[in-house]
Design a protein around this ligand. Structure first.
Ligand code: CTP
Ligand code: MG
Length: 236
């Protein structure tokens, strides 16, 4: 079985005041609904574990009831105070039959289903950890505390990574376990899941990502998301 952990418990501080980010709407529907629709459109996905804002669990269950088809299982649970904690809570209730686990940001609401399938395929083909990535477009510089440039980084080695990230269950669970054990019980926080695999020396494979898997982070990203949906509607 293949399960997707959907990290949807964040508040969306960078988006500005309003409801939690996963419930912010584009084209009249919450980001989470768009994300889940994309995930269930991927035939390999059997189960969704949604880490929701703790005070929105009933609302999230109601929102997703008609979006998730019968063939896909749905578990909605309270997320934690950090993304790492939210994912950990979902991993804690992973059913025994699950062998492949994807972790996806609800904020990457417009991810193409084909990318989800490509990540699953790479794990099935033997990779323990897989991340979608795109080459960085900007020139990246390091800057010191006085706002003076210290170096220009070789861009050819830099990739922006996205979600869903895919893992064999054993690799991901071991990585989260190792993070919990490190630092004398003070759990490590990571901005992505593959980072925890890297920390324990694991190999992470990059597969081609998609521009449409961008993360809705700041207000302008909502404008882009609306435009992407409008373009999709126009091309149908
Ligand atoms: N996330 C989560 N639990 C948290 C924090 C974040 O499940 N405690 C999820 C978010 O809902 C989001 C994904 O992790 O789908 C990526 O995080 P990010 O883009 O940082 O979202 P937020 O934390 O909500 O936004 P911000 O950092 O601007 O507050
Ligand atoms: Mg955040």
């Amino acid at each position: 079985m293949t399960a997707v952990v959907v990290a949807a418990a964040g508040r969306g501080e960078r988006l500005g005041p309003g409801v939690p980010k996963a419930l912010r709407e584009i084209a009249g529907e919450p980001l989470l609904v768009h994300a889940v629709r994309a995930l269930v459109a991927a035939p390999s996905v059997d189960l969704l574990l949604v880490a929701a804002p703790p005070d929105q669990i009933a609302a999230v269950r109601a929102l997703l009831a008609d979006v998730v088809p019968d063939r896909v299982g749905l578990v909605v649970m309270a997320g934690g105070s950090t993304r790492t904690e939210s994912v950990r809570r979902a991993l804690d209730v992973l059913p025994a039959e699950v062998e492949i686990v994807l972790v996806h940001d609800a904020a990457r609401a417009l991810v193409p289903a084909a990318l989800v399938e490509a990540v699953v395929a790479a794990v099935r083909a033997g990779a323990g950890a897989v991340v979608p990535g795109v080459p960085v477009a900007d020139t990246i510089k390091t800057v010191d505390g006085a706002q003076v440039v210290t170096a220009t980084v070789d861009r050819s080695a830099l990739w922006s990574v996205q979600t869903p990230q895919g893992f064999s269950r054993v690799v991901l669970v071991a990585a989260y376990q190792a993070a919990r054990n490190d630092d004398a019980g003070q759990s490590i926080e990571a901005t992505d899941d593959a980072g925890l695999v890297e920390r324990m020396g694991g190999r992470v494979l990059v597969v081609p990502g998609s521009a449409e898997a961008f993360k809705v982070t700041r207000p302008l990203d909502l404008v882009l998301a609306e435009a992407v949906l409008a373009a999709r509607r126009a091309s149908r």
